[in-house]
Design a protein around this ligand. Structure first.
Ligand code: BYC
Length: 332
């Protein structure tokens, strides 16, 4: 426990609390360096707790808001099989949101608080979900590119230093991998289809390519949280490192589909063993983050309406739980 007294250390007077904190910080960092997990009841610096609450809650919101662009196509999927796959995928995203809210709750914030922040427009969620799904090919592009980018970012999160987040990510990544494959399969069918279907596939790649690169966050030089998150092994790679891996992984997949990445500056750098790519439109990214993307308002309105429509369910569940608690107290 913190002691408020004073301790003489040579000529310097420091608070006992500060010494205790420094010792705890040292033990905390030694644990992280040794690749041990930090668990909810362990001591952790407040900055670690706050960063995790921020990142995990934003991640949870992204999963929940991310159900909307794809949910938009459930009634219009071209076959029964595609419809079943899409329903399963959208349900998986809801499940991911639920595990992630639970992981964030272990840090001392409630799910209700996090949801209030989202509905009040105070919490961020991934920029990518503020773009519209205009054709069936967009469902292919989301699975291929958006889930592909998500996997690239999330596989390292399975090794995150915070135990509950790392464990949630293991299951999420398994499901994301099915999501990526079903998306690529849609793209493959379209790319090998009629002229019109090929055009749809190309159009979807044209619209989703750049927003997918933005999913990795601002460039390293502008990323305010990366340094500390990498030091504390919340993030294992920087934003630019993951973006580069994604480009290197995805460009050959586009070639196999025989459709073109919409970037005239894209080229293979033999010496570096990497693709070089053009400048990302960061002004567009910041506009989307400020709430001015093509669908920001629509997404928040949909979540607010869903929250209002579900109020009676939450109230009924709370009344049922209270009744059971009262009965077990009376029986005890
Ligand atoms: N969109 O210092 P930085 C999915 C914010 S869901 C919006 O680099 P950090 C799926 C950032 O939050 C996949 N905001 O931050 C679901 C920060 O703002 P604050 C979602 C962004 O945290 C359904 C500020 O910019 N994945 O796969 O070190 C269907 C400065 O950035 C974005 C995750 O959430 C963005 N793209 O790094 C289909 C993964 N980028 O908080 C698929 C977990 C940055 O200071 N999250 N910002 O106001 C992460 O790995 C990290 O949080 C990020 C950003 C790499 C995203």
């Amino acid at each position: 426990m913190y002691t408020q007294g004073l301790l003489e250390q040579g000529s310097k007077t420091v608070t006992v609390a500060a010494v205790e904190d420094a010792e705890r910080l040292q033990r905390f960092e030694a644990k992280i360096d040794a690749e041990e997990k930090i668990e909810p009841k362990d001591w952790m610096p407040d900055a670690y707790r706050q960063t995790l609450i921020r990142q995990i809650s934003q991640h949870a919101h992204s999963e929940i808001v991310g159900m909307l662009p794809e949910g938009n196509w459930i009634t219009r999927a071209p076959t029964l099989l595609r419809k079943s796959i899409l329903i399963a995928k959208v349900q998986d995203e809801g499940g991911h949101g639920a595990y992630l809210y639970s992981a964030a709750e272990t840090l001392g914030i409630s799910r209700a608080e996090m949801i209030d922040q989202l509905l009040a427009g105070k919490a961020k969620y991934s920029s990518i979900f503020n773009y519209p799904t205009l054709s069936w090919a967009d469902i292919g592009a989301i699975g291929w590119l958006v889930d592909g980018a998500a996997i690239m970012n999330q596989i390292p999160l399975c090794r995150c230093s915070y135990g509950p987040y790392a464990r949630a990510m293991i299951r999420i990544c398994k499901e994301e991998s099915f999501h990526q494959r079903q998306g690529y399969d849609i793209m493959l069918k379209l790319a090998r289809g009629t002229v019109g279907q090929r055009r749809m596939a190309q159009d979807a790649l044209d619209r989703w390519w750049w927003p997918s690169l933005m999913m990795f966050g601002p460039p390293d030089g502008a990323s305010q949280h990366t340094a500390l998150s990498v030091r504390w092994k919340i993030k294992r790679f920087t934003n630019d490192e993951l973006r580069q891996k994604f480009v290197d992984f995805t460009v050959p997949q586009a070639k196999f589909l025989d459709i073109s990445v919409p970037d005239p500056d894209m080229r293979w750098d033999e010496a570096a063993g990497q693709h070089r790519f053009g400048e990302i439109n960061w002004a567009e990214f910041h506009e989307v983050l400020k709430g001015n993307g093509p669908c920001n308002r629509e997404r928040l309105t949909a979540r607010r309406n869903a929250h209002d429509a579900g109020r009676w369910v939450r109230e009924a569940a709370a009344a049922y739980a209270a009744k059971h608690t009262a009965r077990s107290v009376a029986a005890a």
